[in-house]
Design a protein around this ligand. Sequence first.
Ligand code: ADP
Length: 645
Amino acid sequence: MKTLEDFVRYLRDERLKDLTKFYIDKIGSMDIPIVKRVIEKGMIKNLYDETTFKMTMDSLAKFLSSVQDGTMISNTRASLKLWAENKVPGIGRDEIHPSDLVLIYAAQKTAIFHLLPDFVKSSGEAITITEELEGLYTLAQDTAIQMLFKVQKETEEKLKESEEKFRLMVQNIKDYAIFMITPDGHVQSWNEGAENIKGYKADEILGKYISVFYTNDDIKKGIPESNLKIAGENGHLETEGWRVRKNGEKFWANIIYTALYDEKKKLKGFSKLTRDITKQKQSADDLKAINNFLDSVLENIPNMVFVKDAESLNFVRFNKAGERLLGTPKAELLGKNDHDFFPKEQADFFTGKDRAVLSQLDIVDIPEEPIDTKNGRRWLHTRKIPILNSSGHPVYLLGISEDVTEMRNAKLELERKTHELMRSNTELEQFAYVASHDLQEPLRTVSSYVQLLASRYKDKLDEDANEFIDFAVDGSKRMRQLINSLLEYSRVNRIKPFEWINLTDVLDEIKHDMKEQIEESGAIISYKKMPEIYGDTVLIGQLFQNLIGNAMKFRGSKKPEIRIGSERKNGEFIFSVKDNGIGIPKEYSDKIFVIFQRLNGREKYPGTGIGLSICKKIVERHGGKIWVESEPEKGSAFYFTIKVT
Ligand code: ADP
């Protein structure tokens, strides 16, 4: 009695090739989807090539063995498990349909039963084997289909779950309006972001045409339709523009359309992603406005302004004033560096300073630097400033240069003149000093002999001679006075270190020294507490003494009243010495400060006319000014300033 086991062994050992051939023919005639897919994917070339035949033969041999040793069901389970865990290369777990399994098993069964008549001797044997095999197949098929269902259900649930998750995610996104539209532009879904941005609730907008989101202008121009068209044709469209909320308010939007297709590549609709970027646009616009503003400032300021790249030191910006200064158009300068335009020595100097600025990350000030331009050599006062990025790394170098050529020339000329003036002044003073000093000697001789003449021969000669002798004595006295004054004048410039001077003390002392004159003239000298100043004590004493002396000397018929005061104004002290004397006609206000200039006769008001010129020199030595305000017969007020130190 032959059993299933014997049949299976017979198939495996003797008829495997025939079985394989029948099996493949069967599968080929049955149009099984999974088989088609395997071919489509290129996993096998076609059912009838040698490799496929060999592969099929191997797997049939394995199958027959499993039936023979009773492991068929467990093997089926094991291989399905592999597939359920997605471990079968090439075919995904959701790609097999239960009907595929049924068809394959059917093909297998048919091929096997086809060879049964060759093996059995009696119909009784055939029935037993057929029943047994059917039983096995049913079991295997049920197991497989059950597993398949289980797996596919799982997959389906997972898919649903992830779809739901995605839907929820989209639903809750607040910053983006994400929604679907039909191919002809009607709203199909709505998320929270869409509600926020566009202001419509889902039930108000579902089914509406997208033109409600557009401005009237855009609607007139047919923009909603053309956007749909472009997105449909290209599969994608990103655009920006004004869109309208439910309340009519406009916002600047960034919009991305993505076309969605079904399996047959037919357009199913679009997903639309809209973002409100009004704020970003506003700040971009603001930035543009600021940039334009800065540009116009840069272009119109009279100083040269340039920007260099921190790495290459190439010019990346240049303003009009810079073009004018160098005589080179901007277009020729940009992208080049100093070595392309200036003599090597200058270019090395400029770039050396640039590198210093960029490595110290600090401003460098170059008060004077020569630069050879197309218009000749100019002198610049330049400031170089590092421009850093947000992480503190220098990216640019900003340079601002003022053309100081004219100023520099004027300064040099002034220095030259001042130097010249100082030289001639010193020479003059030396001359005055030497002259007056050396004149004293012969003068002493003259005056002593004239005095000798006077004492010996007065009244021994005639009247005329007496008079001549008097003149000569007088003249020599006067000459001595003049020479002494001149000496005094030239001494003012002898430099002595400055010190703090208590003016109240100085005035007290002067009052003490001039006691005789004060008593004789009956003068009243008044002053309050005076400030301290920084200067040459002897000279300042002499200054006040001269002014007070004059105030007493040039008194009228009244008793002299002399008021000394001080006032602090604009960083200076203004001192005043006022009297009630004879006054000075306005036209002489300047003349009186010139050396040897006097307004009154020597008989009534003795003097050499040097006092005020000494005063002027003293005040100027202290960096101040002196002037007089006066009215004849009423009195004079002398003012001078000294800096507050
Ligand atoms: P001196 O006093 O030796 O004449 P100064 O240089 O001191 O020389 O003064 C020049 C002239 O200015 C005087 O001769 C006088 O005419 C006039 N002067 C100076 N101080 C006064 C004053 N306080 N009031 C009126 N005239 C004055």
